[in-house]
Write a protein of this length. Structure first.
Length: 136
């Protein structure tokens, strides 16, 4: 898996995400720039989508689970699944939106952006000629 070119792309992306996140925490972007969270969820969805495709390519159990599915579906499912787990984590650790009324809307927006990021990863990976079939 480490030799897969997609792994290196995912590694670069998670480094960018980490730098943006540390910057956002330090400069309070999550609380002062309303759209910053949207970008972070989209980029996170791309990363998780890439990781889902990598797992599909390199682990037989994942290939069996998603047998015959497109890269877009695999990436979407991975991003949505991890996005849901993230939202549950935020809820139980008290990191939700300021008011109860805005929480469902914020959660829905986050899950949509996670999913769109996953779809983007699937489309980008699936467009490569050698990736028409994402398994090896």
């Amino acid at each position: 898996m480490l030799e897969d070119p997609l792994f290196n792309k995912a590694l670069y992306l998670i480094i960018i995400i980490a730098i943006l996140h540390v910057t956002a925490i330090t400069l309070e972007f999550y609380w002062t720039i309303w759209w910053f969270d949207v970008i972070m969820h989209f980029l996170g969805g791309i990363f998780i989508g890439m990781m889902g495709i990598l797992m599909y390519r390199h682990f037989a159990e994942v290939r069996r689970l998603f047998a015959g599915r497109s890269p877009v579906f695999v990436a979407f499912a991975a991003a949505l699944g991890v996005g849901i787990l993230w939202e549950v984590y935020e809820y139980f650790t008290g990191q939700t939106a300021a008011t109860f009324l805005s929480y469902p809307l914020d959660t829905a927006k986050d899950l949509v952006m996670d999913s769109l990021g996953g779809i983007a990863a699937g489309v980008l990976v699936g467009r490569k000629k050698e990736n028409k079939e994402i398994s090896n």
